[in-house]
Design a protein around this ligand. Structure first.
Ligand SMILES: Nc1ncnc2c1ncn2[C@@H]1O[C@H](COP(=O)(O)OP(=O)(O)OP(=O)(O)O)[C@@H](O)[C@H]1O
Length: 593
């Protein structure tokens, strides 16, 4: 049942991707069945005519019928096969597209959860490897063809004798019982192997990951990874050896039953030619037809059994893909009010938060309010919950309790995309993409204002760098796809990321440790100019460099998920027992001569 539901979901998805593909599959299956039927029925009439009246016109008609119909069906099925090869490639591309769209739209919390991250890896693997999709669809199409064939041949054989059908039915019953038994075993096998496959996939993924190669080399992780992958590989091999032994046994028994089926067909139909014990005698033409029908019937039932097994196996491979595709999308979060205008007030009211799957409270009932244009610095030791505040504001996570209001409205009341337009954030682990510098910046607003881009690049101090590049702001990031692509230093990259956030026409700008890679001069320059750069926008900064707080209107001091202070630098420095005073002075002493 679980497999049937899974197959149904998968087929509905494929149908949505390409209804034409399904029409082709059905036509192909019908054509293959048609060819088998013609070759079962027409030779009977040809032989009967040859043995009987030998009417030349009829013989010519029947002979031409056999040849022409075979030519037609051969041409038709070959054309269909070609079309389906093209469609298979298309389906695979679409599957990758759907996967990419899902990753970009799925609720963000899934992408920080190890289970779903792993699921995502396995889903990508399933979509791209093992030809699972192609095998699944081909086997579904083949099983459809075999089913049509079985049903039509049953109709042909029914004209000989219902007893014959009952005898064949009994052998099919035994076959189905075998199939059911093996399908159950197979299903269990593919469930049981998931955890080990997941671990194997995870460690192989680590070895593949180019971002890890520095650490792998520096800390000699290569041997450990290779050993771990080897161990899991052996374990998987042992599992599959046991599986294939069972499958071999099953297929042998299955083959014996099919041979018995063939012997029964030949025996029964032969008896009907030479004796009338089981009914009226039949001629040679009918003998040919019924034997051919029975042989094709046996072939179709065997093939059908294999189709079912392969479909189950491929569904097992594709399960992670389907599970990932069924995750809810971010856009589906409620919120209908279109956000218009600018942020006038922003407030957290008694917000408590723990990450999904964890009971530890990261934020413990925090409340604060910010007004339009204020520049707020959030400080606190590692793990205090600073970045979590930003993630909640960006609607990457939902508060466990309490609410966040903007302009008096719960932020989840706002329609998602209009809300996201008003927030620009530069995260610690910001990413730039393999587009040009210009596209990385202007792409966020989907416009092409070159002067404005250059103006912002100048403001963040990148004018000298850009002027040394032969293609200026049109230089492409990264060398992966363009040998003339540029590599920027960590600090230069951060400046581009800040420029991108500034360019976005957002009224709240959030910088989560955006200057960690900047040299002291660049950092000082950015902070000095920051209020000018940000202009009238409301801004939140998170930085471990306490000197950056001096430029802010207020400082929100977080201590283990609780707000310990929220005031101006001057006021907070008056209290020598405050956490802020300690944090500030612990750094300040390092700068004293
Ligand atoms: N995706 C996550 N799942 C579970 N726990 C998380 C996740 N992200 C962060 N945490 C936990 O939440 C707590 C607060 O993390 P957060 O990143 O908000 O701290 P922070 O104050 O920004 O720290 P830092 O100064 O080191 O950047 C930490 O204890 C961290 O382990």
């Amino acid at each position: 049942m679980y497999q049937i539901n899974s197959l149904k979901r998968f087929m509905v998805m494929c149908f949505r991707i390409s209804p034409m593909y399904f029409i082709l599959l059905c036509l192909n299956s019908l054509a293959s069945t048609g060819q088998i039927l013609i070759n079962v029925i027409l030779p009977k009439h040809l032989i009967d005519e040859l043995i009987g009246n030998r009417d030349e016109k009829k013989l010519l008609f029947l002979g031409a019928g056999v040849v022409l119909s075979n030519v037609f069906f051969a041409f038709f099925t070959l054309t269909m096969k070609r079309l389906m090869v093209i469609k298979n490639i298309y389906m695979k591309e679409k599957m990758n597209e759907a996967m990419a769209a899902k990753i970009m739209n799925v609720e963000f919390s899934f992408l920080e959860n190890p289970y779903y991250l792993d699921l995502k890896e396995r889903a990508v693997f399933a979509a791209n490897n093992q030809s699972a999709l192609e095998n699944l669809i081909n086997n579904v199409a083949d099983s459809m063809k075999n089913m049509f064939t079985i049903v039509s041949l049953l109709a042909v054989m029914f004209t000989l004798s219902p007893v014959f059908i009952i005898l064949l039915g009994a052998t099919i019953g035994i076959t189905l019982l075998f199939q059911r038994f093996f399908a159950k075993y197979q299903m269990q096998f593919f469930q049981d192997i998931i955890p080990i496959n997941r671990k194997y996939g995870y460690y192989v993924g680590l070895a593949y990951n180019d971002k890890l190669q520095k650490d792998i080399r520096l800390f000699h992780m290569g041997d450990m990874l290779t050993d771990r992958v080897g161990e899991y590989n052996n374990e998987i091999n042992n599992w599959f050896t046991a599986y294939h032994k069972k499958q071999g046994l099953f297929l042998s028994l299955y083959g014996i039953i099919n041979d018995l089926q063939a012997a029964l067909s030949y025996g029964y139909v032969g008896l009907r030619v030479i004796s009338d014990v089981f009914g009226a005698r039949i001629g040679i033409g009918s003998f040919t037809m019924y034997v051919s029908a029975a042989v094709n019937f046996t072939t179709a039932t065997t093939a059908f059994g294999k189709n079912v097994m392969t479909v189950i196996q491929m569904l097992g491979y594709l399960e992670p893909f389907m599970e990932f595709m069924a995750l809810p999308d971010e856009e589906k979060q409620e919120g209908t009010i279109s956000f218009k205008g600018e942020i006038e007030t922003l407030s957290f009211e008694n917000v408590t938060f723990s990450y999904p799957g964890s009971t530890a409270l990261v934020l413990k009932g925090i409340s604060f309010q910010i007004k339009k244009g204020e520049k707020i610095s959030i400080v606190g030791i590692n793990g205090a919950g600073k970045s979590t505040i930003v993630k909640l504001l960006c609607r990457l996570y939902r508060p466990t309790s309490g609410k966040i209001y903007i302009n008096g409205q719960d932020i989840y009341e706002y329609e998602f995309s209009s809300y996201m337009k008003t927030v620009a954030a530069v995260f610690q682990d910001y990413k730039l993409f393999a587009f040009s510098i210009h596209e990385n910046i202007a792409g966020v607003a989907r416009e092409n204002d070159r002067n404005h881009v250059m103006e912002i690049l100048n403001q963040v101090g990148l004018q000298d760098k850009i002027s040394t590049l032969p293609q200026g702001a049109d230089s492409l990031f990264g060398k992966s796809y363009d040998e003339n692509g540029i590599e920027m230093s960590g600090g230069e990259g951060q400046k581009v990321a800040i420029a991108r956030a500034l360019y976005k026409k957002a009224s709240l700008i959030i910088l989560d440790e955006p200057t960690s890679a900047l040299d002291p001069l660049a950092e000082a320059e950015i902070y000095e100019k920051f209020n000018q750069l940000v202009g009238g926008k409301t801004a939140l900064y998170i930085s471990h460099r306490m000197s950056s707080s001096v430029f802010c209107d207020k400082i929100l001091v977080l201590d283990k998920g609780v707000i310990s202070d929220f005031d101006s630098h001057r006021k907070l420095m008056e209290n020598k027992d405050s956490m802020y005073y300690k944090l500030f002075n612990s750094q300040a002493v390092n700068y004293q001569l």
